[in-house]
Design a protein around this ligand. Structure first.
Ligand code: NAD
Ligand code: MG
Length: 392
């Protein structure tokens, strides 16, 4: 209502694709929101612009070498400037009612954990947090009484579908995957693709890492692990199907044959808006889903030979323990090496598989704290880096 105090909002990863979309929605209704802190990795000019536009209290750039640039851009605005990894974590501890966790990769784990410790609402786009810290992260959520709202379109859809069945056992949760730009490629063709080709996603406009993950289908692998932790589902109840139009995002199968599906246009503002307005709904300026215009929705079984990521995900779901952390760390290292031109496209999942196979000691560890998870992540990264030359 008009009289309610504005909600205090923090956006971690404000200069990224999810961060920008979140601020776009917030900017459409400025009276309802008060921006506390915005953080960014490297884009210091954009961060300053966003902080000024949204009248933030604090802007933090993760790259310490850019502190002076940020301070200079914010001079005279009354907006505080800070820099460095620790400052990003501190920004997440400033009291806020709602935090968007949209840093990419394990780099977001500690800041997102800091937000969780406030016991308020955390909208989680940063799926790598859940994949690598799973049970530890969820235990922290419960311990601090925080509320997690998934931002991944499939998990936002799953949350909406599962709210229809509280206390009822489901048969299967099925996430859809677009199949990415190489859905129809042979392995020989995939062996030659460039980072430029991998960065052209057919349906979604997103940051570079998740766009590459969508091309290897590692994104769906991460999302299956994310779903396991978010919804506390057994490994054999989580599935994925290829759906090139990205209109159906998730399906829930029941024992009586019923299947509930969630649809929306492929635009991240819809799941972001769901997390922002929850438990209400807010208006998002976009064309409504036009089914006659779409005419056809198609589905295909994923091909594990060309896309081993889904097979690796299934194994990691069953193994549990630190399999998700090791898989994710190896994938982050391999993805960066692919972007740097050091390895080919097929090597990404091959490296993930190699590191998982050769790291039974790490995979078998059961972390009890976020710090334990970070140690496992660092060790898995080291092993992934060590095996890069063999794939160069
Ligand atoms: P992005 O690359 O566009 O943005 C990432 C943000 O994190 C930027 O603000 C960047 O500056 C910041 N950042 C990067 N490294 C950092 C570090 N070391 N320390 C602090 N900040 C750092 O990525 P994105 O596409 O917005 O994705 C963000 C997260 O949301 C990812 O986990 C991704 O999987 C998830 N996600 C994204 C989409 C999407 O449509 N983009 C959809 C679903 C889920
Ligand atoms: Mg997704």
């Amino acid at each position: 209502s008009q009289s309610a105090a504005p909600r205090r909002i923090t956006v971690l990863g404000a200069t990224g694709s999810i961060g920008e979309n979140t601020l776009d929605l917030i900017g459409r209704d400025p009276a309802r929101f008060q921006v506390v802190a915005l953080t960014g990795g490297e884009k210091v000019d954009r961060l300053a612009e966003l902080a000024i536009h949204h009248n933030a209290e604090l802007a933090v750039i993760a790259d310490e070498t850019r502190y002076e640039a940020l301070r200079a851009r914010l001079e005279g605005t009354g907006i505080e400037a800070a820099a460095g990894r620790q400052a990003v974590i501190e920004a997440a501890t400033r009291p806020a009612d709602w935090t968007m966790a949209a840093i990419v990769g394990v780099a977001g784990l500690e800041p997102t954990h800091a937000a969780v410790k406030q016991g308020a609402t955390v909208a989680v786009a940063n799926k790598e947090c859940l994949v690598c810290a799973g049970p530890v992260f969820m235990a922290e959520v419960r311990r601090h009484g925080a509320r997690l709202l998934p931002v991944d379109s499939e998990h936002s859809a799953a949350m909406q579908l599962l709210s229809q069945s509280e206390g009822v056992e489901i048969d299967k949760l099925c996430l859809t995957a677009s199949g990415g730009p190489f859905r129809r490629y042979t392995r020989e063709e995939m062996a030659r693709v460039t980072p430029e080709q991998a960065l052209k996603h057919p349906n979604w406009s997103m940051g570079p890492k998740i766009t590459l993950d969508s091309a290897t289908l590692m994104n769906k692998a991460l999302e299956m692990l994310e779903a396991q932790h978010l919804f506390d589902l057994p490994a054999d109840r989580i599935d994925a199907v290829i759906h090139p139009q990205s209109v159906v995002h998730c399906l829930v199968y029941y024992r009586d044959g019923s299947v509930l599906a969630h649809m929306s246009p492929p635009d991240m503002r819809t799941p972001i808006a769901y997390s922002l307005a929850w438990p209400e709904r807010m208006a998002v300026p976009m064309a409504p889903l036009d089914l006659p215009k779409l005419a056809t929705l198609t589905f295909e079984a994923p091909d594990s030979d060309r896309f081993p990521a889904l097979r690796l995900a299934r194994e990691a779901l069953r193994t549990g323990k630190s399999a998700g952390a090791v898989l994710n760390a190896a994938n982050e290292v391999a993805a960066a090496a692919f972007f740097a031109g050091e390895i080919g496209f097929l090597a990404i999942t091959e490296i993930v598989e190699r590191v998982l196979t050769e790291s039974a000691d790490l995979v078998g560890r059961e972390p009890t704290t976020i710090e334990d998870v970070i140690v496992i992540d660092e060790q898995a990264r080291r092993r992934a880096r060590e095996c890069l030359p063999a794939f160069a």
